[in-house]
Design a protein around this ligand. Structure first.
Ligand code: SAH
Ligand code: SF4
Length: 403
């Protein structure tokens, strides 16, 4: 594993924060930017198209490179705006090629140091998957998930969600005619390094519905970042009322974090189940817009030793999913400091997956990737937050001692 903690970029003499970045904006957002600098309405659509192409297709970092746009307009844009990406404060590269970036978002006010989120790139033989976050932290409190213990929570903006893909493509040299800083690989076959996106980082994407929907519009636009909706998966812990709208408005692949086949256990593991129990969740899945055998729902099931990993539960899982075009994804639990759970033994996972497989489901066990850099799902949590969580634990202990 290699870790580089990057030097913070020296702030320019002028107050950079006064100029907003255009990175991550929707077409409407870019149009607003043009209105701000006095571009007449009838010209804006055409100008938005030009900006869109330079920003999202070519990934340019400087208005001066936008050669189809006249010098005057480029100057006016750069006086008011930037093409800055959020700052990457640390990059870790695993021995298996997985990369994890700690990204600091722009500050939203004088008392905000800028929220930090993590984003992970996982290269595989036939694809490169980027795992992105939809929120800083998560308001839900799934008992096996590290993100759920984070105190600070807010929705990421559309721009901040899109920026994660922009950062990844930038650092991987994954834009046309570009190579990565440090001379990383460039695709020779016209393929992209980031070919798939999963919303499986921090946060519950369906609690940030509008932000995620608009970000997916930007990401999937085929004149720009061009990542098709079939290659984007939104994972939810089961926000039932938003599952139909997700299919209608975003048209992406759906993943459900199921993890248990009985309400009593799921209430404990995924407390949101008390609000939307399994039967309601299954009904929302059955009626998911666009569901076909070619567009199946992925059911995620984290393997917790002695908790949810018996043969009987594997059989119940198969029964529960009957009639739903589904894939089952068994996830070895990733332990984190302080957790009460353990990962199921390997032969138990194999036995569980065998039962599921014999019932006709492909059940790939998600190979743990980037373990040496704590890059796996459920471990996406910034160093600063880890420290504050530790501090909080000490406070809790003090409270307990005082009681
Ligand atoms: N909030 C959404 C998406 C983010 S979590 C959701 O819950 O679906 C992405 C996936 O990682 C979920 O399936 C989640 O249950 C799983 N996960 C969380 N913590 C984990 C851990 N410690 N080990 C393995 N998987 C975990
Ligand atoms: Fe939130 Fe998903 Fe973690 Fe549950 S598993 S706490 S919903 S991020």
């Amino acid at each position: 594993m290699t870790l580089s903690v990057l030097e913070p970029a020296a702030p320019a003499a002028e107050t950079v924060s006064q100029r907003l970045s255009l990175i991550g904006r929707t077409r409407a957002g870019l149009s607003d930017a043009l209105a701000e600098i006095g571009i007449p309405e009838k010209e804006r659509r055409m100008r938005v198209g030009q900006l869109w192409n330079w920003i999202y297709h070519y990934g340019v970092r400087d208005f001066a490179e936008m050669t189809t746009i006249g010098k005057g307009l480029r100057g006016a844009l750069s006086e008011r705006f930037t093409l800055d990406l959020p700052e990457v404060t640390a990059e870790q590269i695993s021995t298996d090629g997985t990369r994890k970036w700690l990204i600091r978002m722009a500050s939203t006010g004088p008392r905000d140091r800028g929220a930090e989120i993590e984003c992970v790139y996982i290269p595989e033989v036939d694809r490169g998957t980027l795992c992105v976050s939809s929120q800083v932290g998560c308001t839900l409190t799934c008992t096996f998930c590290h993100t759920g213990t984070q105190r600070l929570v807010r929705n990421l903006t559309t721009e901040e969600i899109v920026a994660q893909l922009m950062v990844a493509r930038d650092r991987l040299g994954d834009f046309p005619n570009r190579s990565a800083p440090g001379g990383a690989f460039v695709p020779k076959d016209g393929g992209r390094f980031v070919s798939n996106i999963v919303f499986m980082g921090m946060g519950e994407p369906l609690y940030n519905f509008d932000g995620v929907r608009d970000a997916i519009d930007v990401i999937s636009d085929n004149e720009g970042l061009s990542l098709g909706r079939r290659r984007i998966t939104v994972s939810t812990s089961g926000v039932v009322p938003q599952i139909g709208p997700l299919g209608d408005q975003m048209g992406t692949m759906l993943a459900i974090s199921l993890h248990a086949v009985r309400d009593d256990l799921r209430n404990e593991l995924v407390p949101l189940n008390k609000k939307y129990p399994i039967a309601e969740l299954m009904e929302a899945c059955r009626t998911y817009p666009g569901l076909t055998n070619a567009k199946r729902i992925t059911f995620e099931y984290v393997m917790l030793k002695g908790v949810n990993d018996s043969d009987a539960e594997a059989r119940d899982l198969v029964r529960l999913l009957k009639g739903i075009p589904a894939k089952i994804n068994l996830i070895p639990f990733n332990p984190w400091p302080g957790t009460k759970y353990e990962c199921s033994d390997w032969d138990r996972i194999e036995r569980f997956s065998e039962i599921v497989f014999r019932a006709g489901y492909a059940s790939p066990v998600r190979t743990p990737r980037g373990r040496d850099i704590l890059a796996a799902c459920g471990q996406l949590k910034s160093e600063t937050e880890k420290l504050s969580a530790r501090a909080r634990l000490m406070l809790d202990q003090d409270d307990a001692a005082a009681a």
